[in-house]
Design a protein around this ligand. Structure first.
Ligand SMILES: N[C@@H](CCC(=O)N[C@@H](CS)C(=O)NCC(=O)O)C(=O)O
Length: 241
């Protein structure tokens, strides 16, 4: 039985798992869990992941949460090429350094912009106060500066001349505020050139397939049933107000 991946491509970590599996020709069954429909709160998904977040993996009786753990599991099980997670001690440490940093930096701030620019106005029907938005933009920009100045420097990819899991995890997060209409690449030639290299390596078709939902989200939200969004109000109030 093929590995099952529980995904919603609106979600950044789901996109990294999806691209990783597809790019490495890992056979898997795509199990869609619609976050917008609240399917992650349902009984079925609860049996797969007590954490109730996507992505999740099922391989026979074995279930696993967390995108990075999932990609490392797939990398080991399917013996993917070394460059994704290099065996070299210091290169691997560089990948680990980026993967450890990004959760509370670019991931947190890119997601925040996505919610502040798009989801909150849609769900709550309110515009976010300018000072809140400015603060969030500053945090995001600081993270983007660190990606350019610390993680990339003059290298083609985060670890060196070859792509790794760090680049994959980085690109999917950076694309999230782009989905909310913020051109984060504007005025950032180094980041743009890196994005082009990552995109070229992944392949345009696969990159676009993974990002189609998030890049179309502004258009899709126009036809959205507002009652579904009620599910998200408590979370928004906890996170942002
Ligand atoms: N650290 C986790 C993060 C997973 C995560 O936050 N998933 C979000 C979508 S991006 C989710 O399922 N959210 C549902 C919720 O919080 O209710 C990973 O890398 O897999």
């Amino acid at each position: 039985m093929a590995v099952e991946l529980y995904l919603d491509l609106f979600s950044q970590p789901c996109r990294s798992v999806f691209i990783f599996a597809k790019k490495n020709k890992i056979p898997f069954e795509f199990q869609k869990v619609s976050l917008m429909d609240g399917e992650h709160f349902g009984d079925e998904f609860g049996k797969i992941s007590m954490i109730r977040k996507v992505p999740a993996l099922r391989d026979g009786d074995f279930c696993l949460a967390e995108s990075i753990a999932i990609m490392l599991y797939l990398a080991e099980k399917f013996q993917t090429p070394d460059f994704w997670y290099p065996a070299d001690l210091q290169q691997r440490a560089r990948v680990n350094e980026y993967l450890s940093w990004q959760h509370t930096a670019i991931r947190m701030y890119g997601s925040k912009i996505f919610w502040l620019r798009l989801m909150i106005p849609k769900i709550m029907g309110v515009e976010v106060p300018k000072e809140k938005m400015d603060g969030a933009l500053e945090d995001l920009n600081n993270s983007l500066n660190l990606i350019e100045e610390k993680y990339l420097q003059d290298r083609a990819f985060i670890v060196g001349e070859q792509i790794s899991l760090a680049d994959l995890v980085a690109i999917v997060e950076i694309m999230q505020p782009v989905g909310a209409g913020l051109d984060v690449f504007n005025g950032r030639p180094k980041l743009s050139a890196w994005r082009d290299r990552v995109q070229a390596f992944i392949g345009k078709e696969l990159f676009d397939e993974a990002h189609q939902a998030i890049l179309g989200v502004q258009e899709n939200m126009k036809q959205f049933d507002p009652s579904k969004l009620e599910l998200f109000k408590p979370k928004i109030l906890r996170l942002f107000f």
